[in-house]
Design a protein around this ligand. Structure first.
Ligand code: MG
Length: 263
């Protein structure tokens, strides 16, 4: 009898552990860019994210003045300091070389490379000064993803509430849209139609209850940019759904040590 109770307890513990250990997706922040020959937001960093089987690779998108969609992070092009959203591609961007020697990629070329890979995409639209241009960038980005057959494997993120609303309106529930800025509650975002929060480590460590709130509302939690082992462990322990990181190999290693499956 005692043995039966013991066996029952072991099974219960095993069941609870397997139920609580939800899978976590590893998202390479601006690609897996720390590998040789790559740098942030390049096709090489996207391919490197795919080569280590990241759940997804994140990248940043701007619309230039002459209506070109380009993949780049900063507001100003280095080293000329020309604002990307005011740039003319041929005049201000075409001759720029990134630290690995690549040109700033057109979104179109970046997506063409993605069509040959398994990794999913996290498309961040940067905050543009002009709301109308920003909404146009949302529509152009989605149109391009659909043309390339990548729409169904792309999630959308943004710091801009204007872009957030446009993403939600255009995707109409077909694709997840997450908000980055950290100043809205899960309930407010649910009301707007967002899929969840994609908040900074500091924001979530200050408001850990938002993780549970999201889950109760049927929403997901992505956390960025999680590079330190203690923050990675905190994210694992607090049941986030996705970890966005500059060190995807380390996150993968720590998930394995914690017996957490990858999404
Ligand atoms: Mg980004």
């Amino acid at each position: 009898m005692k043995k039966d109770i013991f066996v029952c307890m072991v099974f219960s513990i095993a069941l609870c552990t397997s139920l609580s250990a939800e899978a976590i997706g590893v998202i390479a922040h601006r690609g897996n860019w720390k590998v040789a020959g790559a740098t942030q937001n390049t096709i090489k960093s996207l391919q490197a994210a795919d080569s280590i089987n990241c759940y997804a690779s994140e990248f940043d998108v701007w619309l230039t003045r002459d209506k070109q969609m380009v993949v780049y992070h900063d507001e100003n092009v280095y080293p000329t300091q020309c604002k990307v959203q005011y740039a003319n591609y041929e005049k201000d961007i075409a001759n720029i070389r990134l630290t690995n020697g690549d040109k700033i990629p057109f979104l179109s070329a970046y997506l063409d490379a993605a069509t040959k890979l398994n990794t999913r995409l996290v498309f961040e639209l940067k905050v543009h000064f002009n709301d109308v241009n920003e909404r146009e960038a949302v529509r152009k980005g989605i149109e391009m993803l659909k043309e390339k057959g990548l729409y169904d494997k792309t999630d959308f993120i943004t710091f801009s509430q204007n872009a957030l609303k446009e993403f939600i309106r255009v995707t109409a529930g077909e694709r997840p849209v997450y908000y980055l800025r950290g100043d809205l509650t899960p309930a407010q975002l649910k009301e707007m139609g967002a899929a969840g929060i994609d908040y900074n480590t500091k924001v979530l460590r200050k408001n850990p209850q938002w993780i549970e709130e999201c889950h109760q509302l049927g929403m997901k939690v992505n956390i960025w940019t999680v590079d330190k082992p203690e923050d990675i462990q905190w994210s694992i322990d607090n049941n986030v759904d996705y970890i966005t990181t500059n060190v995807p190999s380390l996150v993968k290693e720590m998930l394995k040590k914690n017996n957490i499956h990858e999404d």
